[in-house]
Design a protein. Structure first.
Length: 321
């Protein structure tokens, strides 16, 4: 319930002598003669009008009225998150990527799968000396789920994950002026166009997601933290938001989940399970971890009808290695 805040009407005092009318803060005039009509052989003790709640009080043989304005106050919740500005170089890079730097947009999948593989590699390496990092979060793997109905594609790994601080460092800044080096290399290769292998050489591969996505959401849980955080940004934005995940159904045991909300022009191609499975096969040749894709399958089932057995084909969805 919104709190009620005391507000003076004419002076700094909250109590005023009862005139024939008072002026509301929005310049409305309230006629007190009409609201304080006798009732039960006396005056009304309180009334509400034009957003003001007024109450009669008696002090020093004088009738006074205390008025309070009910102010609707936004509830302070964690759902809004904390807003951060991109490093200037990231904004430059985003601008290039969003405005069609590459003609072969499918490179985004190679880069995100490569990043997922790196996260798994890092966890495997660190777990040699810190076995507790593995916990009970399951096998080291990558799962890719296109969703044609909602126009999204989600890539999940059970790797090292990121803390809130690492999210800011990894997705809000670029170490060692990676963008500058990338732009320089791009300029040197302008005659042959944007090379498909160029974007992954300077630590900026994650941003290739915006080649096809109008919004990207990264949900990540590090074994070094007891909290899961969500990073979110839109194409053409100079900022991003980080908030804590509180929905029990969205909690990860460990790792990172990246959801791409595809652009209208790219929904048909990159939310198609068959297309994604083909790209994964092309780009996963050197990935040392299992990759599962969500695909539609069919199976033959038997049914009985009037004492005769008949078979029919049934469609269903499942993970495929």
């Amino acid at each position: 319930m919104a709190p009620v805040l005391s507000r003076s009407l004419a002076t700094s005092a909250s109590l005023i002598s009862l005139p024939s009318s008072i002026r509301h803060p929005n310049n409305k005039v309230l006629n007190l003669k009409s609201v304080f009509l006798p009732r039960n052989n006396g005056l009304r003790n309180e009334f509400s009008c034009s957003g003001l709640k007024c109450k009669l009080e008696k002090r020093n043989n004088r009738i006074s009225v205390r008025c309070e304005a009910a102010v609707a106050e936004k509830e302070a919740t964690d759902t809004s998150g904390e807003k951060f500005e991109y490093q200037a170089e990231v904004s430059r890079l985003m601008d290039l990527i969003v405005h069609s730097l590459y003609s072969h947009k499918e490179v985004f999948l190679r880069e995100l799968v490569s990043n997922a593989s790196d996260a798994l590699d890092k966890l495997r390496f660190l777990s040699v000396t810190e076995p507790s990092l593995l916990g009970d979060a399951g096998d080291l793997e990558i799962r890719i789920r296109p969703d044609p109905d909602n126009g999204t594609i989600t890539i999940t790994d059970t790797g090292i994950g990121m803390t809130k601080e690492e999210l800011v460092d990894c997705l809000g800044t670029i170490a060692q002026s990676g963008t500058s080096k990338f732009l320089k290399a791009l300029k040197e290769n302008k005659d042959v166009g944007a090379d498909n292998g160029l974007i992954g050489q300077f630590g900026v591969g994650f941003y290739s997601a915006f080649l096809v996505a109008e919004k990207v959401v990264v949900s990540t849980k590090s074994p070094k933290s007891d909290k899961q955080h969500v990073w979110e940004s839109e194409a053409d934005s100079s900022s991003y938001v980080i908030k804590e995940e509180t929905d029990p159904e969205k909690l990860l045991r460990r790792g990172t989940q990246i959801t791409l909300y595809l652009r209208e022009d790219d929904k048909y191609e990159f939310s198609d399970p068959v297309r994604i499975q083909g790209l994964v096969k092309n780009y996963s040749q050197f990935v040392a971890f299992p990759i599962y894709t969500w695909v539609e399958k069919s199976r033959t089932v038997e049914g009985e009808k009037k004492k005769t057995k008949k078979t029919k084909t049934e469609k269903y969805w499942d993970w495929e290695l």
